[in-house]
Design a protein around this ligand. Sequence first.
Ligand code: ASP
Length: 339
Amino acid sequence: MKPKILIIYTGGTIGMITDPETGALKPFDFNHISEEVPDLKKIPYQLDTLFFKDPIDSSNITPKAWIKVANQIEEHYNQYDGFVVLHGSDTMAYSASALSFMLRNLAKPVIFTGSQLPIGVIRTDGKENLVTAIEIAGSQIDGKPIIPEVAVYFEYKLYRGNRTTKINAEHFKAFATFDYPILANAGIKIDYNFNKILPLVEKPLEVHKSFNTNVAILTLFPGISQKYIHHFFSAPNLKGVVLHTFGSGNALSEDWFIEELNRAINNGITLLNVTQCKMGEVIQGRYETSKALEKIGVISGRDITLEAAITKMMLVLAEFSSVESIKKELTTSYCGEMK
Ligand code: ASP
């Protein structure tokens, strides 16, 4: 039996070709994908495609698009062995994180990929990314998928989706996972890092589709003013803030700052501490400058990425309302996003 793969095109550079008349980049017709990438015909899989009617540059992605992708996966879950999501690279790390939290008990590969150069350009990185992402999505051992999780494939590497960050706007190597090893390396053969891949769960897929977008990110910097912090926390309906802190989760220890945070918490705003460092984790209380955060009830995000933190917060705040349950959800790893 040939593996069956569903390719879902949301938008982004990978699906672009140059219009011969105008010279401008435009999305190509995905019904004719194998004309653009003839090598697809050589893959011994059955490939089907779905595409957004109006493909989006990923900078315009919102939870609505995540729900659309999740619905497509849910609707076709039993008919396919794996899914490839073609997506702009700019916010791919957010979307891969969001989908990993939405698709609970996922037991099939959902591989995000895209490219830095359009697929219709001679030097494109899109063809290799697409072909290998498809191959990975259909790879099985003893009839079981090798990657039963949401992952990102880019430039010969497979990463856990919710650990990924876009690190380069120009190079083909556009992604990295700083606090987690790669899941696979594609060389002559695809070398899987088996003991770093999530175990297969045998429970029915559960798709979570509610988001609370009353959230924000507060990046600290030396010299940040009380006026700014005060206005920030006065935003109407604010429910959750990722506090983007220094080093191992440190922040200024001035009284006015701690008082502003304390007031926010007392007003029902959840604060999640995520470090600005690419590697390493938040340890509240390690330094004097994070002790007060721990004391007033700021939640430690440990080694979660900013992208995973903000998307998980949107889902958690849509489903939970008590301080204890929100804390429990945000400190529990759902699918390998944190230690
Ligand atoms: N701006 C594009 C996007 O994210 C870049 C890309 O496709 O990689 O949709």
